[in-house]
Ligand binder design. Structure first.
Ligand SMILES: [Ca+2]
Ligand SMILES: [Ca+2]
Ligand SMILES: [Ca+2]
Length: 389
């Protein structure tokens, strides 16, 4: 009980530190915006508002990147044993910095009113989403020579397990769920041969209803591209969308069907939703889907007080939890690991990839920046995607 309370106090102080740093930094951002909003008076008012709105959106984007860097710096504090403090990991409590961030801040209005509301006649809002809590569709694929048994990637297995959950049944009536995996593989691989049939032309599968387009033969750049895949209709896409991502990808690493896909995505077990946790569990080890869901529910519940520091090895770890809580049927003939080697290799306790939505508005003028950044192996997050609307 005492331990439990301590966790809350520590979280409270982390929140407090972050808030104090935020207040200190907002002043810097405000000054920067003030400078950037100095645009020529000769430009007509409407156009000027759009330029200002864009600058505000850019300020919101920079602010989001700063929050990501701040968290990466806090992660450098060594882990304090027996607590959730310090160490490289990203959990939902810590990811409070990803909550929508409005400007001007409601709590700062009194302090900054004189400077901000008069000098910047606009607002911004930014939202950071953790893409490392999802399955990377660009990592779906199999490898191996045609004559041998093909081995599917870890991401493929998690996606397959997800599609077999009860919530997807209504969207896969009279449809083999594996069609989705085959379609993704042919869409991404560099060749134009239908892999599953060992022949035929991929493009012909898409010659339907007057709509005539070629498969991409490269990685998907945005999640919306998933909608172009033949077996994905709107209802299935809507059901799937919260659980999948297309980041990260590397266009310099083409997917060649005879080789294993280069899996770049990692699923963070501290932030992944219950459905994803249920889908990382092996169907061979836990054949009953209800057992997998129950195990995942228990794991997600445990995250209320525990931050996992390792998938395996360091404690607390996912593997220890599963061995203690989700016992596999005691059949001496089966010796299936509760998570397969392929899936274990794509699990993590931290998050590397984030999407940022930054909106700036001045009067009726509004500009939105959609960006995806990766902070892997870099103190300065690397931009993966940028779009202004
Ligand atoms: Ca962190
Ligand atoms: Ca292809
Ligand atoms: Ca192919």
């Amino acid at each position: 009980m005492i331990n439990h309370c301590n966790h809350h106090t520590e979280r409270g102080s982390v929140a407090m530190i972050l808030t104090l740093i935020s207040i200190a930094i907002i002043a810097v951002v405000a000054i920067d915006m003030n400078y950037r909003s100095q645009v020529s008076a000769k430009i007509v008012a409407n156009r000027r508002d759009y330029i200002k709105a864009y600058e505000l959106a850019r300020a919101a984007y920079r602010w989001s990147v700063f929050r990501l860097q701040l968290d990466a710096n806090l992660d450098k504090i060594p882990a304090i044993p027996g607590t959730n403090y310090g160490g490289k990991k990203d959990d939902l409590m810590e990811i409070q910095w990803s909550m929508p961030m409005p400007y001007p801040l409601p709590t700062l209005t009194t302090t900054f009113e004189s400077q901000t509301t008069t000098s910047i006649d606009g607002t911004f809002m930014s939202i950071i989403t953790d893409e490392s809590a999802k399955i990377n569709i660009n990592d779906v694929g199999s490898g191996g020579l045609e004559t041998t048994r093909r081995v599917w990637s870890g991401a493929s297995e998690v996606l397959e397990n997800l599609l077999l959950l009860p919530r997807f049944q209504a969207h896969l009536v009279r449809k083999d769920h594996r069609e989705i995996l085959w379609a993704i593989e042919d869409w991404i691989d560099v060749d134009s041969v239908v892999n599953k049939l060992r022949g035929g032309t991929e493009d012909l599968e898409y010659r339907i209803d007057d709509v005539d387009y070629n498969v991409k033969n490269g990685p998907l750049y945005t999640k919306d591209e998933i909608r172009l895949l033949k077996p994905i209709d709107k209802s299935l896409f809507d059901e799937l969308a919260p659980f999948v991502t297309v980041y990260p990808f590397n266009i310099n690493l083409p997917y060649i069907w005879t080789q294993k896909p280069n899996e770049l995505g990692r699923i963070n077990i501290n932030t992944a939703p219950m459905e994803i946790i249920a889908s990382v569990l092996s169907r061979q080890a836990l054949p009953d889907v209800r057992a997998r869901l129950l195990c995942a529910q228990n794991f997600v519940k445990s995250r209320d007080t525990i931050v996992y520091r390792a998938v395996r090895g360091g404690e607390p770890s996912l593997m220890s939890f599963l061995q203690k809580t989700c016992s596999t049927p005691s059949d001496p003939n089966t010796n299936n690991p509760i998570i397969t080697k392929m899936v274990e290799s794509i699990l993590s306790v931290s998050s590397d990839v984030f999407s940022i939505e930054a909106v700036g508005s001045v009067g009726s003028a509004e500009k939105t920046i959609h960006a995806v950044v990766s902070r892997k192996d870099a103190s300065q997050p690397k931009l993966q995607y940028w779009k202004v609307l």
